[in-house]
Write a protein that binds this ligand. Sequence first.
Ligand code: FES
Ligand code: FE2
Length: 334
Amino acid sequence: MSLTLPASWYRDPAVFERERQSVWRSEWLMYAPAAKLDTPGQYVAEEVAGFPVFVVVAPDGSLRGYHNVCPHRAGVIVWPGDGTAGNLVCRYHGWAFGWDGGLKAARDFGDDPGLCPSDNTLVAIHVERWRNLVFVHLGEDPPPLADALAPFALECEAFDMEAMTYGHRLVRVLACNWKTYADNYLEGYHVPLIHPSLNRALDMSTYRVEVPDESYCIHRADTAEGSPSGGAWLFRYPNLAVNVYADGMNVERIVPAGHGTTHVVYDYFATDPDQIEAMVEMSNVVLDEDQMMCEVVQRNLDAGIYRAGRLSPKHENSVGWFQRRVASALGERS
Ligand code: FES
Ligand SMILES: [Fe+2]
């Protein structure tokens, strides 16, 4: 069927630099649970693929997003993490900005007729909400989020996500390229060897991954007792996995922090908050198993022995789909 991407794409900082533009500034990306951004002043400041950005709730309740980079000398407007801001004032020398990103005051700057407010604004990003999740787009002129998400959103329609309360975040730092982890997420071929407990819970002969649309794929498997799992395990290009059930969901993001470091971020929601601890425990087990393999695979990709391999038409069709999307984003044929 198809070959994998070249190993060099998983270790070359120049490829990552191109991906920062062609992948990470070209897609709507899930950014935060809406519960973290629902009262005026609340903000979330996190990096996405080396772009420090923040989203804040303005006094009128609207969501605003900016690069967290001051036009004076590149200070931060809010400290990274979650918090509350009464106004947008740079932490370095105190320049003040309006909620629209415009410069209001350059504190104690001195007389400089060349200081032009319109050249010294915060750089805005696009922010939109879908159900109980907030998305950002770091590029120019994105399509409306509802259009970009449409086929994926349809798959989630049956699930009452709004009845689920946000409960917990888990962040894991992996020593691998983001695509090494994404490739691994996208196939169930490795489950019998790497995930003994998952392998016992599922009937692996029914495991398949379908790609109904260019924007997403869906994993399906019956449980070991023969019943359908009753949930949806969805992955939307480039980095969003939503595992949703009747009474809970975990939203997993694969966020590169450099060409060789990846943050895997889980946000857990449930109708009964007492269930969250068990959900976290289960993903920790699976994540430990995946992390161990992804990190040794990365070291092998870095070793320079392996160039590219062949993908299974039975089990790795969605890996091929994902890799073709990355290649086409980079203007290459895989
Ligand atoms: S860097 Fe922001 S005020 Fe100086
Ligand atoms: Fe896995």
